[in-house]
Design a protein. Structure first.
Length: 280
């Protein structure tokens, strides 16, 4: 599954919802949380039955970001489930127990509807959640993790500078990968999305570190993320050459071999396979 770009769309904005399917994002995240005023949350939730299929009509995966407050979270999750969304973005995920409670709440609703279980993307937004990242990633429904840089910095009384965010974001990334899950984000804040050169550089850096994609707070970021998290033609050609050479080496009983002037063995062969999986 390719999820290079995950575009946030306010679930209260009919105008943005109507155009979301045209943006080219691999996933649309209908937001019931930060981008929706308190007085509009109930109406936005009620509108999911129409907005979820609308934003997914060009084939993008659909997610709903739900509120963290106990009085809102379960109602948001149930409405999203009944609307047919693919998954949930769990705002302010803090523990595997919290994730488990939400999964237990949804299970009978999913059985009633005869639908596949929702997948979760956990947003880790404070220092404690960062330290619990691996147990959260290990939860069965969790598809991937996101480190919320601005919120993490605030929780520590810090400024959201690159040197501040790098460590917590890498810790969350390592936790996701250790559990075989997806990892979304960059190692900086994406609040300055209008700085195109900086955003491109941040996306390329994240791709080099093994991130799978990143969330987008504006449609202009979608093509940047799609390009950064797709292998270049040069990488694809290299990967094919490695796998072709590997097939010949296996036939000859060799575990290591040269491609050009570079020694190739098992981990490099696996890297080549993963590159080609990204274009399937």
């Amino acid at each position: 599954m390719r999820l290079r770009s995950l575009l946030y769309v306010p679930a209260s904005s009919e105008r943005f919802i109507a155009k979301a399917h045209e943006r080219g994002a691999d996933a649309i995240v209908l937001d019931l949380e930060d981008s929706v005023a308190d007085g509009e949350k109930q109406a936005a939730r009620a509108g999911l039955a129409q907005s979820v299929p609308m934003v997914g009509r060009s084939g993008a995966k659909t997610f709903v970001r739900i509120n963290a407050e106990p009085g809102l979270q379960k109602a948001d999750a149930e409405a999203a489930c009944r609307a047919g969304t693919f998954g949930l973005f769990i705002a302010k995920a803090r523990s595997p127990e919290q994730v488990g409670v939400l999964a237990e709440h949804l299970a009978p609703i999913e059985r009633e509807l005869g639908r596949e279980p929702l997948v979760f993307v956990a947003l880790l937004e404070d220092a404690g959640a960062v330290l619990d990242a691996r147990p959260i990633a290990a939860c069965q429904r969790v598809l991937g993790l996101v480190a919320g840089g601005e919120d993490i910095a605030t929780s520590m009384g810090a400024e959201p500078l690159p040197e501040v965010l790098r460590l917590p974001k890498l810790l969350v990334h390592f936790a996701a990968k250790a559990e075989g899950k997806l990892s979304f984000g960059t190692l900086t804040t994406v609040a300055d999305y209008q700085q195109r050169d900086a955003l491109e550089a941040a996306a390329r850096e994240a791709s080099h570190h093994g991130f799978d994609g990143a969330t987008c707070i504006h449609p202009s970021a979608v093509p940047i993320m799609n390009a950064a998290f797709s292998p270049s033609e040069e990488k694809v050609a290299w990967a094919r050459a490695v796998l072709d050479a590997a097939a010949g080496a296996t036939a000859d009983g060799r575990g290591a071999f040269l491609v050009g002037d570079r020694m190739v063995d098992a981990p490099i062969i696996e890297r080549a396979r993963r590159i080609l999986q990204k274009i399937d």
